[in-house]
Ligand binder design. Structure first.
Ligand code: 5CA
Ligand code: ZN
Length: 408
Protein backbone atom coordinates (compact mmCIF):
# COMPACT_ATOMS: atom_id res chain seq x y z
CA UNK A 1 0.00 0.00 0.00
CA UNK A 2 0.95 3.63 -0.30
CA UNK A 3 3.21 4.96 2.50
CA UNK A 4 3.44 8.70 3.25
CA UNK A 5 5.54 11.40 1.60
CA UNK A 6 9.22 11.61 2.51
CA UNK A 7 10.60 14.79 4.01
CA UNK A 8 13.93 16.16 2.79
CA UNK A 9 17.09 15.04 4.54
CA UNK A 10 19.76 17.77 4.27
CA UNK A 11 23.25 16.68 3.27
CA UNK A 12 25.88 16.87 6.00
CA UNK A 13 29.66 17.12 5.72
CA UNK A 14 31.52 13.79 5.93
CA UNK A 15 30.05 10.52 7.15
CA UNK A 16 28.83 9.18 10.48
CA UNK A 17 30.29 6.13 12.29
CA UNK A 18 28.71 2.63 12.20
CA UNK A 19 25.67 2.17 14.42
CA UNK A 20 25.88 -0.08 17.46
CA UNK A 21 22.58 -1.48 18.75
CA UNK A 22 21.46 -3.71 21.58
CA UNK A 23 20.23 -7.11 20.39
CA UNK A 24 17.60 -8.84 22.57
CA UNK A 25 18.61 -12.30 21.30
CA UNK A 26 22.29 -12.12 22.26
CA UNK A 27 21.57 -9.65 25.09
CA UNK A 28 24.55 -7.58 24.02
CA UNK A 29 25.50 -4.48 22.12
CA UNK A 30 26.89 -5.19 18.66
CA UNK A 31 27.71 -3.09 15.61
CA UNK A 32 25.27 -3.17 12.70
CA UNK A 33 26.50 -3.47 9.14
CA UNK A 34 28.77 -3.32 7.29
CA UNK A 35 26.22 -2.95 4.45
CA UNK A 36 26.19 -1.61 1.77
CA UNK A 37 22.47 -2.45 1.94
CA UNK A 38 20.77 -2.56 5.34
CA UNK A 39 17.53 -4.48 5.62
CA UNK A 40 15.08 -3.61 8.39
CA UNK A 41 11.59 -4.89 9.16
CA UNK A 42 9.55 -3.00 11.77
CA UNK A 43 6.18 -4.23 13.00
CA UNK A 44 3.52 -1.73 12.03
CA UNK A 45 0.17 -0.79 13.53
CA UNK A 46 -3.06 -2.71 13.85
CA UNK A 47 -5.30 0.09 12.55
CA UNK A 48 -8.19 0.29 14.99
CA UNK A 49 -7.14 3.38 16.93
CA UNK A 50 -5.16 6.35 15.72
CA UNK A 51 -1.43 6.75 16.47
CA UNK A 52 -0.83 7.02 20.20
CA UNK A 53 2.36 8.34 21.76
CA UNK A 54 3.69 4.80 22.37
CA UNK A 55 3.43 4.00 18.67
CA UNK A 56 5.04 7.33 17.82
CA UNK A 57 7.97 6.64 20.19
CA UNK A 58 8.56 3.27 18.53
CA UNK A 59 8.48 4.61 14.96
CA UNK A 60 10.65 7.63 15.81
CA UNK A 61 13.21 5.20 17.26
CA UNK A 62 13.44 3.23 14.01
CA UNK A 63 13.45 6.50 12.08
CA UNK A 64 16.69 7.30 13.92
CA UNK A 65 18.10 3.95 12.78
CA UNK A 66 17.30 4.87 9.16
CA UNK A 67 18.82 8.34 9.54
CA UNK A 68 22.01 7.10 11.21
CA UNK A 69 22.51 4.39 8.59
CA UNK A 70 21.95 6.84 5.74
CA UNK A 71 24.39 9.26 7.36
CA UNK A 72 26.94 6.43 7.45
CA UNK A 73 26.56 6.13 3.65
CA UNK A 74 24.42 2.98 3.71
CA UNK A 75 21.48 2.11 1.50
CA UNK A 76 18.43 1.28 3.63
CA UNK A 77 15.65 -1.10 2.65
CA UNK A 78 12.98 -0.53 5.27
CA UNK A 79 9.78 -2.59 5.32
CA UNK A 80 6.81 -2.02 7.62
CA UNK A 81 3.53 -3.93 7.71
CA UNK A 82 -0.02 -2.96 8.62
CA UNK A 83 -2.05 -5.66 10.37
CA UNK A 84 -5.19 -4.73 8.47
CA UNK A 85 -7.07 -7.89 9.37
CA UNK A 86 -6.86 -9.41 12.87
CA UNK A 87 -9.03 -10.08 15.93
CA UNK A 88 -8.63 -6.71 17.69
CA UNK A 89 -9.53 -4.76 14.52
CA UNK A 90 -12.60 -6.92 13.84
CA UNK A 91 -13.71 -6.73 17.49
CA UNK A 92 -13.46 -2.93 17.53
CA UNK A 93 -15.37 -2.62 14.23
CA UNK A 94 -18.14 -4.88 15.57
CA UNK A 95 -18.30 -2.95 18.86
CA UNK A 96 -18.69 0.36 17.01
CA UNK A 97 -20.99 -1.00 14.29
CA UNK A 98 -18.47 0.06 11.64
CA UNK A 99 -17.26 -1.76 8.54
CA UNK A 100 -13.82 -3.18 9.44
CA UNK A 101 -12.28 -2.11 6.12
CA UNK A 102 -13.50 1.44 6.53
CA UNK A 103 -12.18 1.58 10.11
CA UNK A 104 -8.78 0.32 8.95
CA UNK A 105 -8.61 2.79 6.07
CA UNK A 106 -9.45 5.76 8.30
CA UNK A 107 -6.90 4.78 10.90
CA UNK A 108 -4.16 4.12 8.33
CA UNK A 109 -4.79 7.59 6.86
CA UNK A 110 -4.51 9.18 10.26
CA UNK A 111 -1.31 7.23 10.94
CA UNK A 112 0.18 8.45 7.64
CA UNK A 113 -0.62 12.06 8.57
CA UNK A 114 0.88 11.64 12.04
CA UNK A 115 4.07 10.05 10.69
CA UNK A 116 4.49 12.81 8.10
CA UNK A 117 3.89 15.49 10.76
CA UNK A 118 6.53 13.91 13.00
CA UNK A 119 8.93 13.84 10.02
CA UNK A 120 9.31 10.07 10.23
CA UNK A 121 10.80 8.87 6.94
CA UNK A 122 8.50 6.41 5.15
CA UNK A 123 9.44 2.74 4.68
CA UNK A 124 10.38 1.72 1.15
CA UNK A 125 7.69 -0.98 1.31
CA UNK A 126 4.52 -0.47 3.37
CA UNK A 127 2.61 -3.73 3.18
CA UNK A 128 -0.86 -4.69 4.40
CA UNK A 129 -1.66 -8.19 5.66
CA UNK A 130 -4.60 -8.40 3.26
CA UNK A 131 -2.51 -7.66 0.19
CA UNK A 132 0.07 -10.20 1.37
CA UNK A 133 -2.38 -13.10 1.76
CA UNK A 134 -1.09 -15.05 -1.29
CA UNK A 135 2.47 -14.89 0.12
CA UNK A 136 1.23 -15.87 3.59
CA UNK A 137 -0.60 -18.88 2.15
CA UNK A 138 2.60 -19.90 0.30
CA UNK A 139 4.55 -19.67 3.57
CA UNK A 140 2.01 -21.80 5.46
CA UNK A 141 2.07 -24.43 2.71
CA UNK A 142 5.86 -24.48 2.78
CA UNK A 143 5.74 -25.06 6.55
CA UNK A 144 3.31 -27.93 5.93
CA UNK A 145 5.71 -29.42 3.37
CA UNK A 146 8.47 -29.29 5.98
CA UNK A 147 6.29 -31.13 8.50
CA UNK A 148 6.25 -28.07 10.78
CA UNK A 149 2.50 -27.40 10.55
CA UNK A 150 -0.60 -29.39 11.47
CA UNK A 151 -4.35 -28.95 11.62
CA UNK A 152 -6.62 -28.63 14.63
CA UNK A 153 -10.14 -28.99 13.25
CA UNK A 154 -9.91 -26.74 10.16
CA UNK A 155 -7.28 -24.35 11.58
CA UNK A 156 -3.56 -24.69 10.87
CA UNK A 157 -0.87 -24.41 13.55
CA UNK A 158 2.90 -24.00 13.60
CA UNK A 159 4.80 -26.56 15.70
CA UNK A 160 7.17 -24.14 17.41
CA UNK A 161 9.68 -26.84 18.38
CA UNK A 162 10.29 -27.58 14.70
CA UNK A 163 12.85 -24.81 15.23
CA UNK A 164 15.61 -25.96 17.60
CA UNK A 165 16.33 -22.28 18.35
CA UNK A 166 12.81 -21.55 19.55
CA UNK A 167 13.07 -19.42 22.72
CA UNK A 168 16.26 -17.68 21.65
CA UNK A 169 14.75 -14.22 21.18
CA UNK A 170 12.91 -13.78 24.47
CA UNK A 171 14.97 -16.01 26.85
CA UNK A 172 11.91 -16.87 28.93
CA UNK A 173 11.14 -20.04 30.82
CA UNK A 174 8.12 -22.14 29.88
CA UNK A 175 5.84 -20.64 32.56
CA UNK A 176 6.65 -17.09 31.48
CA UNK A 177 6.11 -18.02 27.84
CA UNK A 178 2.74 -19.60 28.57
CA UNK A 179 1.57 -16.57 30.55
CA UNK A 180 2.62 -14.05 27.89
CA UNK A 181 1.27 -16.18 25.07
CA UNK A 182 -2.18 -16.24 26.73
CA UNK A 183 -2.02 -12.49 27.40
CA UNK A 184 -0.93 -11.53 23.88
CA UNK A 185 -3.35 -13.23 21.53
CA UNK A 186 -2.26 -16.88 21.92
CA UNK A 187 -4.41 -19.89 22.83
CA UNK A 188 -2.35 -22.17 25.11
CA UNK A 189 -5.50 -23.94 26.35
CA UNK A 190 -6.85 -25.05 22.99
CA UNK A 191 -7.56 -28.75 22.94
CA UNK A 192 -5.95 -30.74 20.13
CA UNK A 193 -2.71 -28.77 19.85
CA UNK A 194 0.52 -30.76 20.03
CA UNK A 195 2.17 -28.16 22.29
CA UNK A 196 0.40 -25.33 24.16
CA UNK A 197 2.77 -22.74 22.63
CA UNK A 198 2.10 -23.78 19.02
CA UNK A 199 0.67 -20.74 17.23
CA UNK A 200 -2.03 -20.21 14.66
CA UNK A 201 -0.97 -19.93 11.01
CA UNK A 202 -4.33 -19.94 9.24
CA UNK A 203 -7.74 -19.62 10.82
CA UNK A 204 -10.65 -21.23 8.99
CA UNK A 205 -13.61 -18.94 8.24
CA UNK A 206 -15.93 -18.18 11.18
CA UNK A 207 -19.52 -16.98 10.72
CA UNK A 208 -19.70 -13.23 10.13
CA UNK A 209 -15.91 -12.83 9.72
CA UNK A 210 -14.00 -11.88 6.58
CA UNK A 211 -12.24 -14.74 4.81
CA UNK A 212 -10.22 -15.45 1.70
CA UNK A 213 -10.36 -18.56 -0.48
CA UNK A 214 -7.03 -20.35 -0.63
CA UNK A 215 -5.33 -23.71 -0.96
CA UNK A 216 -5.69 -23.89 2.85
CA UNK A 217 -9.45 -23.48 2.58
CA UNK A 218 -11.40 -20.27 3.20
CA UNK A 219 -9.99 -18.34 6.13
CA UNK A 220 -7.62 -15.61 7.25
CA UNK A 221 -3.96 -15.45 8.33
CA UNK A 222 -2.63 -15.76 11.86
CA UNK A 223 -0.66 -12.81 13.17
CA UNK A 224 2.97 -13.98 13.41
CA UNK A 225 3.15 -15.59 9.97
CA UNK A 226 1.95 -12.29 8.49
CA UNK A 227 5.19 -10.57 9.45
CA UNK A 228 7.37 -13.58 8.62
CA UNK A 229 5.92 -13.89 5.11
CA UNK A 230 6.11 -10.15 4.37
CA UNK A 231 9.67 -9.88 5.68
CA UNK A 232 10.93 -12.91 3.74
CA UNK A 233 9.14 -11.78 0.58
CA UNK A 234 10.53 -8.23 0.61
CA UNK A 235 13.85 -8.66 2.38
CA UNK A 236 14.81 -12.33 2.52
CA UNK A 237 16.26 -14.06 5.59
CA UNK A 238 19.16 -12.82 7.73
CA UNK A 239 17.90 -9.25 7.90
CA UNK A 240 19.82 -6.62 9.82
CA UNK A 241 17.09 -5.47 12.20
CA UNK A 242 13.73 -6.85 13.30
CA UNK A 243 12.11 -4.04 15.27
CA UNK A 244 9.10 -3.26 17.41
CA UNK A 245 8.05 -2.52 20.96
CA UNK A 246 9.20 -4.72 23.85
CA UNK A 247 5.65 -6.12 24.00
CA UNK A 248 6.45 -7.90 20.72
CA UNK A 249 9.61 -9.71 21.84
CA UNK A 250 7.45 -12.62 22.98
CA UNK A 251 5.53 -14.21 21.43
CA UNK A 252 5.47 -12.23 18.18
CA UNK A 253 9.17 -11.97 17.31
CA UNK A 254 9.95 -15.36 18.84
CA UNK A 255 7.34 -17.10 16.68
CA UNK A 256 8.21 -15.06 13.60
CA UNK A 257 11.92 -15.88 13.91
CA UNK A 258 11.22 -19.61 14.32
CA UNK A 259 8.87 -19.67 11.35
CA UNK A 260 11.47 -17.95 9.16
CA UNK A 261 14.28 -20.19 10.41
CA UNK A 262 12.28 -23.34 9.61
CA UNK A 263 11.21 -21.96 6.22
CA UNK A 264 14.72 -21.03 5.11
CA UNK A 265 16.76 -23.57 7.07
CA UNK A 266 19.04 -20.70 8.11
CA UNK A 267 19.49 -18.83 11.38
CA UNK A 268 19.26 -16.21 12.64
CA UNK A 269 16.30 -14.56 10.94
CA UNK A 270 17.57 -11.20 12.21
CA UNK A 271 21.03 -10.11 13.26
CA UNK A 272 19.55 -7.63 15.74
CA UNK A 273 16.17 -7.87 17.49
CA UNK A 274 15.59 -4.32 18.64
CA UNK A 275 12.88 -3.52 21.19
CA UNK A 276 11.64 -0.16 22.33
CA UNK A 277 10.46 0.50 25.88
CA UNK A 278 6.79 0.93 26.65
CA UNK A 279 5.34 4.39 27.00
CA UNK A 280 2.69 4.73 29.67
CA UNK A 281 0.30 7.25 31.09
CA UNK A 282 0.02 7.54 34.88
CA UNK A 283 2.21 4.48 35.35
CA UNK A 284 0.24 2.12 33.08
CA UNK A 285 1.34 0.96 29.63
CA UNK A 286 -0.48 3.00 27.01
CA UNK A 287 -2.61 0.55 25.09
CA UNK A 288 -5.77 0.40 23.13
CA UNK A 289 -7.24 -2.23 25.40
CA UNK A 290 -6.70 -0.08 28.53
CA UNK A 291 -7.98 3.03 26.75
CA UNK A 292 -5.39 5.31 28.45
CA UNK A 293 -4.20 6.83 25.20
CA UNK A 294 -2.71 10.15 24.20
CA UNK A 295 -3.07 10.55 20.45
CA UNK A 296 -0.63 12.40 18.23
CA UNK A 297 -3.55 13.62 16.10
CA UNK A 298 -5.35 15.07 19.14
CA UNK A 299 -2.21 16.94 20.21
CA UNK A 300 -1.80 18.26 16.67
CA UNK A 301 -5.42 19.42 16.56
CA UNK A 302 -4.87 21.21 19.86
CA UNK A 303 -2.09 23.17 18.12
CA UNK A 304 0.88 21.46 19.76
CA UNK A 305 3.99 21.55 17.53
CA UNK A 306 4.82 18.04 16.21
CA UNK A 307 8.50 18.93 16.52
CA UNK A 308 8.02 19.46 20.26
CA UNK A 309 6.26 16.08 20.47
CA UNK A 310 9.23 14.56 18.67
CA UNK A 311 11.61 16.22 21.15
CA UNK A 312 9.72 14.65 24.08
CA UNK A 313 10.17 11.21 22.46
CA UNK A 314 13.86 11.82 21.76
CA UNK A 315 14.36 12.90 25.36
CA UNK A 316 13.97 9.28 26.54
CA UNK A 317 16.42 6.52 25.68
CA UNK A 318 14.51 4.08 23.47
CA UNK A 319 15.09 1.09 25.73
CA UNK A 320 13.63 2.62 28.89
CA UNK A 321 9.95 2.55 29.81
CA UNK A 322 8.60 6.01 30.56
CA UNK A 323 5.42 7.97 31.12
CA UNK A 324 3.99 10.72 28.97
CA UNK A 325 3.31 13.97 30.83
CA UNK A 326 2.05 17.38 29.79
CA UNK A 327 4.94 18.95 31.73
CA UNK A 328 7.46 17.27 29.44
CA UNK A 329 5.68 18.58 26.37
CA UNK A 330 5.79 22.11 27.80
CA UNK A 331 9.53 21.69 28.51
CA UNK A 332 10.09 20.40 24.97
CA UNK A 333 8.27 23.42 23.53
CA UNK A 334 10.64 25.68 25.48
CA UNK A 335 13.66 23.70 24.26
CA UNK A 336 12.44 23.95 20.66
CA UNK A 337 11.93 27.71 21.00
CA UNK A 338 15.46 28.09 22.42
CA UNK A 339 16.99 26.08 19.58
CA UNK A 340 15.00 28.06 17.01
CA UNK A 341 16.14 31.39 18.41
CA UNK A 342 19.76 30.24 18.46
CA UNK A 343 19.52 28.85 14.91
CA UNK A 344 18.01 32.11 13.64
CA UNK A 345 21.17 34.05 14.61
CA UNK A 346 23.43 35.37 11.85
CA UNK A 347 26.44 33.88 13.62
CA UNK A 348 27.03 31.32 16.36
CA UNK A 349 29.51 28.81 17.70
CA UNK A 350 30.96 26.53 14.99
CA UNK A 351 28.99 23.38 14.18
CA UNK A 352 31.83 20.84 13.92
CA UNK A 353 31.64 19.70 17.55
CA UNK A 354 27.86 19.47 17.36
CA UNK A 355 28.10 17.21 14.31
CA UNK A 356 30.71 14.96 15.90
CA UNK A 357 28.83 14.83 19.22
CA UNK A 358 25.39 14.09 17.78
CA UNK A 359 26.87 11.40 15.54
CA UNK A 360 28.79 9.83 18.41
CA UNK A 361 25.77 9.68 20.72
CA UNK A 362 23.38 8.31 18.11
CA UNK A 363 25.85 5.66 16.93
CA UNK A 364 26.09 4.51 20.56
CA UNK A 365 22.81 2.52 20.73
CA UNK A 366 20.77 5.59 19.74
CA UNK A 367 21.60 7.78 22.71
CA UNK A 368 19.16 10.49 21.63
CA UNK A 369 19.09 12.20 25.07
CA UNK A 370 22.88 12.59 24.80
CA UNK A 371 22.49 14.06 21.31
CA UNK A 372 19.92 16.59 22.56
CA UNK A 373 22.33 17.68 25.30
CA UNK A 374 24.97 18.43 22.66
CA UNK A 375 22.55 20.71 20.79
CA UNK A 376 21.46 22.32 24.09
CA UNK A 377 25.08 23.21 24.86
CA UNK A 378 25.50 24.80 21.43
CA UNK A 379 22.24 26.75 21.78
CA UNK A 380 23.20 27.97 25.29
CA UNK A 381 26.52 29.22 24.00
CA UNK A 382 24.91 30.87 20.96
CA UNK A 383 22.29 32.60 23.10
CA UNK A 384 25.02 33.78 25.45
CA UNK A 385 26.44 35.56 22.39
CA UNK A 386 29.33 33.11 22.14
CA UNK A 387 30.85 32.22 18.77
CA UNK A 388 31.05 34.19 15.59
CA UNK A 389 30.94 31.48 12.96
CA UNK A 390 28.77 32.61 10.05
CA UNK A 391 27.97 28.98 9.09
CA UNK A 392 27.25 27.69 12.61
CA UNK A 393 23.47 28.29 12.75
CA UNK A 394 22.76 26.92 9.25
CA UNK A 395 24.88 23.80 9.74
CA UNK A 396 23.38 23.06 13.16
CA UNK A 397 19.91 23.48 11.62
CA UNK A 398 20.86 20.87 9.00
CA UNK A 399 22.31 18.49 11.63
CA UNK A 400 19.20 18.66 13.79
CA UNK A 401 17.01 18.09 10.73
CA UNK A 402 19.01 15.27 9.10
CA UNK A 403 19.97 13.27 12.20
CA UNK A 404 17.22 14.02 14.72
CA UNK A 405 14.37 14.70 12.29
CA UNK A 406 13.57 18.00 13.99
CA UNK A 407 12.92 20.95 11.70
CA UNK A 408 13.85 24.25 13.29
N1 5CA B 1 0.39 -4.92 14.23
C1 5CA B 1 1.13 -5.40 15.35
C2 5CA B 1 2.57 -5.65 15.01
S1 5CA B 1 2.75 -6.73 13.64
C3 5CA B 1 1.04 -4.45 16.54
O1 5CA B 1 1.61 -4.75 17.57
N2 5CA B 1 0.31 -3.35 16.36
S2 5CA B 1 0.09 -2.22 17.48
O2 5CA B 1 -0.72 -1.21 16.84
O3 5CA B 1 -0.43 -2.80 18.67
O4 5CA B 1 1.48 -1.63 17.82
C4 5CA B 1 2.26 -1.00 16.81
C5 5CA B 1 3.71 -0.83 17.29
O5 5CA B 1 3.75 0.05 18.42
C6 5CA B 1 4.35 -2.13 17.74
O6 5CA B 1 5.72 -2.12 17.34
C7 5CA B 1 4.23 -2.08 19.24
O7 5CA B 1 5.24 -2.83 19.89
C8 5CA B 1 4.39 -0.60 19.51
N3 5CA B 1 3.68 -0.17 20.74
C9 5CA B 1 2.42 -0.46 21.11
N4 5CA B 1 2.12 0.11 22.32
C10 5CA B 1 3.24 0.78 22.71
C11 5CA B 1 3.58 1.57 23.87
N5 5CA B 1 2.71 1.80 24.84
N6 5CA B 1 4.83 2.09 23.93
C12 5CA B 1 5.73 1.88 22.94
N7 5CA B 1 5.46 1.15 21.81
C13 5CA B 1 4.24 0.60 21.71
ZN1 ZN C 1 4.71 -7.85 13.35
Amino acid sequence: MRAWPATDVPALPGQGPPLTLYDSATRALAPTGPGPEMRMYVCGITPYDATHIGHAATYVTFDLVVRVWQDAGLDVHYVQNVTDVDDPLLERATRDGQDWKELAEQQIDLYREDMAALRVLPPRSFVGAVEAIPRIVDAVRALQDKGAAYDVESDTYFAVHADPRFGGVGHLDEQQMLALFAERGGDPERVGKKHPLDCLLWQAVRPGEPSWESALGAGRPGWHIECTAIALDHLGNGIDVQGGGSDLAFPHHEMGASEAQVLTGEAPFARHYVHTGMVGLDGEKMSKSKGNLVFVSALRRAGRDPMAIRLVLLGHHYRTDWNWTEDELVAAEARLARWRTAAAGTTGPPAAEVLAGVRRHLADDLDAPGALAVVDAWADEALGAGGHDADGPAVVTAIVDALLGVRL
